[in-house]
Ligand binder design. Structure first.
Ligand SMILES: *[C@@H]1O[C@H](CO)[C@@H](O)[C@H](O)[C@H]1NC(C)=O
Ligand SMILES: *[C@@H]1O[C@H](CO)[C@@H](O)[C@H](O)[C@H]1NC(C)=O
Length: 501
């Protein structure tokens, strides 16, 4: 009896979601990032990025001691890959530029024409096949030489050097690229790279490094946006945004303390970078300002560990994005937490302890669980917090450890998350204009190396040719793009149907 009721409820849920269609003009794509796929790490005059340097000097930081030296070798497979994208039917392809491949010295004194040719070929080939490039300027590949000058993003001068780099890429590619993303995931990059020593450049300045890094990225984003306005917007008619990562933080209980802890986590993990750009007032969220200032003072610091913007900087950063790029993977439950050691840390500043429910489906990545309803709540939070900005989902996806072609749990993830997205658009009026699946093909997943596979296409990393094979989820995604809806009963030819329970 219980089973029959469950089946009945399931079919009600499934039918409802099937009724909604993605609106006209909604764009579908897939996403990737240069270091994770390109390979060709030492081609032409390219120098090491902080990720080349990290994986070469400190391979044990990577779960399988691997690196991106060859990765998927997309550097030499543009034709094959664009053909796959065309076949998949995507409107957009989000990829990133490798800074040291274009400017081997980091500075704009020397442009490597081979690097420029590679990106020109990719962009031209996408456009020739009706696919719009969405280009990330910085997806974590700081030239190592700049890291060695004043610790990279801890150094205010890096802001100027980045703006010069952005100027170069606008002038090289902006005649054809009209959707730009300045930075990918400042929170992850700065916190794990400069505070927690879990990613390049492996710095361990908890409670300090992450704040300084993000402060400089925010300035660089604001200055880059103003540069585009002044020098390029009129001629190139493009748009410049930034991609922020966010989980949904749900209160762990109904207690007022936990409700506040969850909201504080939203403000400190997403609002940290989003509030200065997208809020009406600009600057850091008030609760973050108050907490880090108070914690710093209690710890004996004479000035807050969270840097201050000048009034002029607040204005440069406020409104410095034409859209809100969002990467979303998971949901967490948060409880208030006040007992931490005396060492400064982002967690202590946040005063929250966030965790997973045991009931949530695990994935191949321990930091992510499958919680589709959190996606809708997050989109609604962004809508109400920042006056319904245009949101482009720049990443969302499911990782496993196998790379299996019959990947029903990935299909479940996409169908369920896209159904929640449809509800957010249709029922809640959330202003979402596009979606990018993470990721195009299995690749080098940063500190997880090749142990976690998020691809719609499998890549055989044991074969020097790196052959790509469509997984069942690629066909499912293609069907969603074609029909503009989620169809739980769709089974591509040659595959056994998935069983939903
Ligand atoms: C580039 O790196 C590879 C290892 O990934 C090495 O075998 C090759 O010799 C290097 N090429 C140059 C020109 O340094
Ligand atoms: C969505 O965002 C775009 C771009 O900012 C804006 O023009 C449009 O009015 C917004 N739509 C809604 C429903 O708020």
């Amino acid at each position: 009896m219980k089973r029959i009721i469950a089946l009945f409820l399931m079919s009600v849920v499934l039918c409802q979601a099937q009724d909604y269609e993605f609106p006209p003009g909604f764009l579908f794509g897939v996403a990737s990032a240069s270091y994770q796929v390109e390979g060709a790490w030492n081609t032409s005059d390219k120098t090491e990025s902080i990720w080349d340097y990290l994986t070469h000097t400190n391979p044990s930081v990577i779960l399988d001691n691997s690196n991106g030296d060859i990765a998927c070798d997309t550097y030499s497979k543009t034709d094959i890959d664009v053909e796959l994208l065309k076949n998949l039917g995507v409107d957009t392809y989000r990829f990133s530029l490798s800074w040291p491949r274009i400017l081997p010295n980091g500075y704009n004194d020397y442009i490597d024409q081979d690097g420029v040719s590679y990106y020109n070929k990719l962009i031209d080939s996408l456009l020739a096949n009706g696919i719009t490039p969405v280009v990330t300027i910085f997806h974590w590949e700081l030239p190592q030489s700049l890291q060695e000058i004043g610790n990279g993003w801890l150094n205010r001068d890096t802001v100027d050097v980045f703006v010069d780099y952005a100027d170069v890429v606008f002038s090289l590619f902006g005649d054809r690229v009209t959707t730009w993303i300045t930075f990918n995931e400042p929170h992850i990059f700065c916190e794990f790279g400069y505070s927690k020593a879990r990613m390049a450049p492996l710095m361990n300045l908890d409670g300090i490094g992450g704040y300084e890094c993000a402060h400089n990225l925010l300035l660089a984003n604001g200055r880059t946006y103003r540069l585009y306005n002044e020098k390029y917007r009129e001629i190139q008619q493009g748009r410049v945004g930034i991609t922020l990562d966010a989980a949904w933080y749900e209160p762990g209980s109904d207690s007022e303390d936990d409700v506040l802890a969850a909201e504080r986590s939203m403000q400190m993990l997403l609002g940290w970078v989003a509030h200065p750009i997208y809020s009406e007032t600009g600057n850091y969220p008030a609760v973050m300002r108050e907490r880090v200032d108070a914690m710093s003072e209690a710890e004996g610091y004479q000035t807050s560990r969270l840097p201050y913007f000048t009034d002029e900087e607040v204005e440069i950063i406020k409104g410095s994005a034409d859209f809100f790029g969002l990467n979303h993977y998971t949901t967490e439950l948060c409880a208030a937490a006040d007992s931490f050691d005396s060492e400064p840390s982002f967690e202590a500043d946040s005063g929250a302890n966030c965790y997973f429910s045991d009931n949530w489906e695990t994935t191949g990545a321990s930091q992510f669980r499958v919680v589709p309803w959190g996606f809708r709540k997050l989109l609604n939070w962004i809508k109400s917090e920042y006056n319904n900005p245009e949101v482009i989902i720049t990443e969302n996806g499911y990782g496993d450890n196998t790379g299996d072609l019959h990947d029903c749990r990935r299909i479940y993830f996409y169908n369920a998350y896209l159904s929640e997205l449809l509800k957010a658009i249709t029922e809640d009026g959330c202003n979402v204009s596009g979606y990018h699946a993470w990721t195009f093909m299995d690749n080098f997943e940063w500190a997880s190396g090749y142990t976690i596979k998020f691809g719609l296409y499998n890549v055989d990393f044991n074969d020097p040719d790196r052959p790509r094979t469509a997984k069942m989820s690629a066909y499912n995604y293609k069907n969603i793009i074609q029909t503009r809806k989620v169809d739980w009963s769709y089974t591509p030819e040659g595959f056994e149907a998935c069983e939903w329970e």
